[in-house]
Design a binder for this molecule. Structure first.
Ligand code: NCD
Length: 314
């Protein structure tokens, strides 16, 4: 049985296969194509031990569109609040005959821990600061919809890089596909060590000057400061002026450059209202739609008999 835990270690062929499936699923994710019955009779468990809006609801929607059933377990109202462990919870849920477990946890490596302890496929919906592989798929698929290819494109990812699972997963995916990634943030939140995470033909450059980093880019992905991971002791009062995508900054970007953000937005901190809502450049809501398509691609690859993914749990 396969899992989907990381982008790191995923082969180029598997990544491309999932991105193609994501693209093909977009009409269904938009509600413009008939639902499929690939997951008919299957029950998927959403185990969300950390808060979520987009990821949880889009996994739910994806299961529904593929004809399956899904239920959610969150700490409030479950025995997690009585001290039951992540693994005990997952093993008990597996014994109810679920086809797959989708897990989000604050523990880096928590998704792998669950995968090692159960037999059914496990999908990582974000584990601490480690990885968020379906977010990477939707980020790249959003760029591909615009540009056709990301090879040779320059993408800036800006904000709390150190604590961001999105930055890690999306950087792995982009460099595997040959993009140039600029990781940008205050020195406390971006370490030059990130330049070594490149595995593919792409490159990673760390930068602390946002204005320089936005020169010549094709897209910028803004990130929230991860206050729940004690990021640098909070956001300093000059964060917006130094690292926020203000209207003035956005106006200086190349005219074709896209504006993206995984959400949730902290408007007025990392991104200004008018930039987030820019009708021409912002793809923030488009990312959400493509997220449903990406999660459908992963679910079908793991649960449909013709799935292409083998156990990927690096
Ligand atoms: C991100 C997450 O939870 O890692 N959000 C998401 O999944 N769309 C980013 C964040 O929380 O800032």
């Amino acid at each position: 049985m396969a899992d989907f835990l990381t982008i790191e270690g995923l082969s180029l062929a598997d990544l491309e296969g999932l991105l193609e499936a994501t693209r093909d699923n977009i009409p269904l994710a938009e509600g413009r194509a008939p639902t499929r019955a690939t997951l008919a009779g299957l029950v998927v468990a959403n185990l969300f031990f950390e808060d979520s809006t987009r990821t949880r609801c889009s996994f739910e929607t994806a299961v529904h569109r593929l004809g399956g059933s899904v239920f959610n377990l969150t700490p409030a109202g479950s025995s997690l609040s009585k001290g039951e462990s992540l693994l005990d919870t997952a093993q008990n849920i597996e014994c109810m005959g679920v086809a797959a477990i989708v897990v989000r946890t604050a523990v880096s490596g928590g998704a792998k821990m669950v995968a090692d302890g159960v037999r059914c496929p496990v999908i990582n919906a974000g584990d601490g600061r480690h990885e968020h592989p379906t977010q990477a798929l939707l980020d790249v698929a959003t760029l591909l919809e615009e540009f056709g290819s990301v090879e040779g494109r320059t993408i800036a990812i800006v904000g709390d890089i150190t604590n961001s699972r999105v930055a890690r997963s999306t950087t792995h995916a982009l460099t595997t596909l040959g993009a140039r990634v600029r990781l940008v943030g205050p020195p406390t939140l971006v370490s030059p060590a990130f330049e070594r995470i490149t595995k593919g033909p792409g490159t990673v450059q760390t930068m602390t000057n946002l204005d320089a980093a936005l020169e010549g880019i094709d897209a910028v992905i803004m990130l929230r400061v991860q206050l729940e991971r004690a990021a640098g002791g909070g956001v300093s009062s000059d964060y917006r002026s130094m690292y926020g995508l203000t209207q003035e900054r956005a106006a200086r970007m190349p005219s074709h450059a896209l504006i993206m953000h995984p959400g949730p937005l902290n408007r007025g901190t990392e991104i200004d209202d008018r930039v987030a809502d820019d009708p021409i450049h912002s793809r923030i809501l488009r990312q959400v739609t493509i997220g449903v398509a990406a999660r459908m691609a992963v679910l079908e690859n793991l649960l449909a008999p013709s799935g292409v993914l083998k156990k990927v749990s690096a």
